[in-house]
Design a protein around this ligand. Structure first.
Ligand SMILES: *Cc1c(COP(=O)(O)O)cnc(C)c1O
Length: 389
């Protein structure tokens, strides 16, 4: 019997080394990694700059706790606020914790304004915000809520992208609207720019907060540093994780000053959150992501991936129903079971990851090249052919 919880369905493969977009298994095979540990490995595996920074910090100091000044944390926060809408940052170790902080911040902001009953958060169907008791209530997925006792109160859900339903859901109890500009887990569903702008206007009209979950779609993934930039708007609060640590457990909740300042001493905390080692890695990842031309590269190769996937779909209409995505956050809705397609791709040494709606997701490191993409497409083609025969 395994000594691990059996909550994951694992492929029978283990990796011992990574380099850029490539993973090397313990049985000596080379794989193209188009999952990136689910959008985590933003700058690829074992990026020399990140490795060097991490190595130096490992030998100096790992952890002290948030009762002291942490210069690496301060620096990362200053950099994040300088490239985003935000003025203040709280660091976490995961995405779910970043969302928890976002939810608590939104509620506490209204509490401080004397609006104690304004705690309701409106979310979208298909949302995924994490696996804690609070974030499964926010996500609203019945399968994730089942068997875990009463759902945390104060969440209402509307169909994804439905502005009228959103308007109807707003009451004098509403504190915030929370959603992912591009839904990941539901199967790569891009919410359009007009919708984001309308939500912003709606939030302004009602004096409520716009909270974005950019844990998967942020940090350069769509070709902008943050996906909200495509709509020329600014949220009030935003959760980040995944790409921000490039594989080191790190997350962040960003807020405008007026809102973030509600989180006074005693309201929130995290033992590890933003420790020197995590933030050193975070700073090194950010050095890479903010390099000149980095985001242009994401747009260029993202376009190439989407164009190539459309070609592939034309070649295999019996297998691929639809191509979805923005930048390097792409998916194909397939006709066979997505799990079978993922297995066929893996047998051709290409790693991908599933999502809802029978979608196969592609979330490669953002440094992926056109040649890597062409190679991946050849492996997909071979996988689809083997499935068909
Ligand atoms: C992965 C993810 C989360 C949860 O992040 P964890 O680090 O697994 O807690 C939340 N929201 C979105 C959009 C995600 O993709």
């Amino acid at each position: 019997m395994s000594s691990l919880y059996q909550n994951y369905v694992r492929a029978d493969i283990a990796f011992e080394r990574g380099e850029g977009v490539r993973l090397f298994s313990t049985d000596g095979k080379e794989y193209l990694d188009f999952a990136g540990g689910i959008a985590v490995s933003a700058v690829g595996h074992a990026d020399p700059h990140v490795v060097e920074a991490a190595k130096a910090q490992v030998e100096k100091l790992w952890h002290v706790g948030n009762v002291f000044q942490i210069p690496e944390q301060q620096k990362l926060a200053e950099r994040l606020t300088s490239i985003s809408f935000a003025d203040m940052v709280f660091f976490t170790n995961s995405g779910a914790e970043a969302i928890e902080c976002a939810l608590k911040t939104a509620r506490r902001y209204f509490y401080d304004k004397g609006e104690k009953d304004r705690y309701e958060i409106v979310t979208m169907e298909g949302a995924f915000h994490g696996r804690t008791l609070g974030t499964i209530a926010a996500g609203g997925n019945p399968a994730y809520l089942e068997g875990f006792g009463p759902k945390a109160e104060g969440f209402t859900q509307v169909p994804r992208g439905d502005l009228e339903a959103l308007k109807a859901a707003i009451s004098d109890k509403t504190a915030a609207i929370l959603f992912e500009p591009v839904q990941g887990e539901s199967g790569i569903n891009v919410l359009n720019v007009e919708f984001l702008q309308s939500v912003r206007a709606l939030c302004d009209e009602h004096g409520i907060l716009m909270v974005l979950d950019e844990i998967q779609c942020g940090y350069g993934r769509t070709g902008k540093m943050f996906a909200y930039e495509w709509a020329d708007i600014e949220p009030d609060i935003m959760a980040l994780a995944k790409g921000i640590g490039g594989g080191f457990p790190l997350g962040a909740c960003l807020a405008k000053e007026e809102i973030g300042k509600a989180m006074v001493p005693g309201t929130h905390g995290s033992t590890y959150g933003g420790n020197p080692l995590a933030c050193t890695v975070g700073n090194a990842v950010l050095d890479r992501v903010t390099e000149d031309g980095f985001l242009d590269h994401v747009i260029e190769v993202g376009n190439h991936l989407q164009w190539s996937l459309r070609q592939l779909a034309q070649k295999h209409p019996e297998m691929i129903e639809e191509v979805r995505g923005k930048g390097l956050m792409c998916g194909i809705k397939v006709k066979p079971a997505a799990g079978d397609v993922i297995t066929a791709f893996r047998e051709n040494q290409l790693i991908t990851v599933g999502a809802g709606d029978n979608v196969v997701r592609f979330l490669p490191p953002l440094i992926v090249t056109k040649d890597d993409i062409d190679e991946a497409i050849r492996r997909m083609d071979a996988g689809l052919k083997s499935l068909a025969s």
